[in-house]
Design a protein around this ligand. Structure first.
Ligand code: NAD
Length: 474
């Protein structure tokens, strides 16, 4: 049994889930496999309608689900409402667009009759993290199901409860619970035809290797160390600074596409830091996720808190200066949970672990640069390439630099969730993963193209072809 504590009040157990052993994983995959034939036989529009109704049922439970999510994840209630609302908006987007995107196409002309259809894989094994458990599961389940696949979901043991409720409200989804061992059993099951993973580098490499050993195709959404580049002409309003602060500190910085390295022109660094700290004072309020007005809760676990504090301590040893940010909510007890003081760290070099690694917590380095070529090279250094942002009132200049940044998604004049779009495919380059979620590409991730072809030469009245000849060669 897994017991999940509230990371803001660690003596409070929010709920339990059973650990699914190898036999349980096998049973879930077999049940999912058995459902494939009937589910995939439905027209895509019929599946979309069923999923749309599920979305409406879940929408009616939004407040209950958001509260549960806040209690198990430590994310402020408003964030949890936002995540569930956004996840359900994505589900609706999928239902609206799937019939068009997944429609078969047919050409019948002088070259023959060619039908291309979008076929489901079968059972999709989904392994997901805790930081945005509902949206990250629906980014896999919604396109997979609408395309005619069935699914087995293994959420993170650090936030299994809300997404368990969501999975339970969907057709042909089977949830299994546990840690790496359960994930491994799922990724290596011979009846799993596609593996969809979101999480960190270590698990990602192992899952990709296990899937590869089975020749199972996979989609990998991994970590990021997003640079935010402020061009010399940057011009930020108070609201821009507030948005920027939350682009780094929402979910206590535990977001794959958070702004994780801030690159500011040397001559404007002092002005930037002052306005940033002032904005944090206005919008960054640490406290219990259920307290109104709180915008930052705890981190997810004691291990995460220790890791982030160690990164900040190592920064101080390298000459970094940590400036505490924001306020605490009245009556807040930081010792009740896994709370970490949010900080902006100045005076660091790019080799400092806080800069070179994905910090995944509430500590952000402010780095200074001198030239655009230099900042481009520094932003592109490292193995990760998930998101990035460029800030400038000159949109052409911002787009030009964006084109040279090694990232799957570059935001202009914003960063993180405020820059997302349901229609824009999201995913990484380099070691941040492969495959895409959201948009049409996110739908196409869960289908294989099947071709049925009657060459003109062999149709009624056709001219035939010499045995063994290649078409179109005379
Ligand atoms: P994690 O990699 O520790 O765990 C992710 C999932 O994999 C969990 O369900 C976990 O139980 C399971 N798992 C762990 N080891 C496994 C193994 N060896 N075999 C099979 N399953 C295994 O990640 P996390 O701590 O839950 O999430 C944080 C990471 O996720 C960060 O690096 C973050 O950047 C990344 N992330 C990426 C995206 C994206 O869209 N690219 C989105 C959110 C989070």
């Amino acid at each position: 049994m897994i017991s999940r504590e509230n990371p803001a009040r660690i003596t409070e157990i929010v709920g339990h889930v059973p650990v699914t052993g190898p036999d349980g994983v096998d049973a879930a995959v077999r049940r999912a496999d058995a459902e494939c034939r009937d589910w995939s036989a439905l027209p895509v529009a019929a599946r979309a309608e069923i999923l749309r109704e599920c979305g409406e049922t879940l929408a009616a439970r939004q407040e209950e689900l958001a509260t549960l999510l806040a209690r198990e994840s430590g994310k402020p209630l408003a964030d949890c409402r936002g995540e569930i609302g956004f996840a359900l908006a994505y589900l609706r987007w999928v239902c609206d667009h799937a019939p068009r995107v997944l429609a078969p196409s047919e050409v019948d002309d002088g070259a023959g009759r060619l039908v291309l259809s979008r076929e489901p894989y079968g059972v999709v094994g989904c392994v997901t993290p805790w930081n945005a458990p509902v949206i990250l599961a629906l980014l896999k389940l919604a396109p997979a199901l609408v395309a005619g696949n069935t699914a087995v979901l293994k959420p993170s043991p650090l936030a299994p409860l809300t997404v368990g409720e969501v999975a339970g409200a969907l057709p042909v989804v089977f949830a299994v619970h546990g840690g790496a061992q359960t994930g491994r059993a799922l990724a290596t099951h011979p009846l799993v035809r596609k593996v969809a993973f979101t999480g960190g580098d270590v698990a990602g490499r192992e899952i990709a290797a296990s899937a590869g050993a089975m020749l199972t195709p996979s989609v990998m959404e991994l970590g990021g160390n997003d640079p935010a580049v402020f061009l010399p002409d940057f011009s930020l309003t108070a609201a821009d600074y507030e948005r920027l602060v939350m682009a780094s500190f929402a979910t206590s910085g535990q977001v794959c596409m958070a702004a994780k390295r801030l690159y500011v022109p040397r001559g404007r660094a002092a002005e930037f830091a002052e306005a940033y700290v002032a904005a944090a004072e206005r919008v960054l309020v640490t406290g219990d996720p259920l307290t109104p007005g709180v915008s930052m809760g705890p981190v997810v676990s004691a291990a995460a808190a220790d890791r982030i504090r160690a990164l900040v301590a190592a920064s101080a040893e390298r000459g970094g200066t940590a400036v505490p940010l924001g306020r605490v909510a009245p009556g807040h007890d930081p010792d009740a949970g896994y709370f970490v003081t949010p900080v902006l760290v100045t005076d660091l070099d790019d080799a400092a672990p806080l800069v070179a690694e994905e910090q995944f917590g509430p500590a952000v380095p402010l780095l200074v640069y001198d030239t655009e070529e230099e900042v481009l090279a520094r932003a592109n250094a490292g193995e990760l390439g998930l998101g990035a942002s460029v800030w400038s009132p000159d949109e052409e200049r911002a787009f030009a630099l964006a084109g040279r940044l090694e990232a799957g998604f570059v935001f202009v004049n914003t960063h993180n969730r405020t820059g997302m779009s349901l229609r824009a495919p999201f995913g990484g380059v380099k070691r941040s993963g492969y495959g895409r979620e959201y948009g049409e590409e996110g739908l196409l991730e869960y289908v294989q193209t099947k071709v049925v072809h009657a060459p003109a030469a062999f149709r009624s009245g056709g001219q035939g072809m010499a045995p063994g000849a290649y078409p179109g060669t005379g």
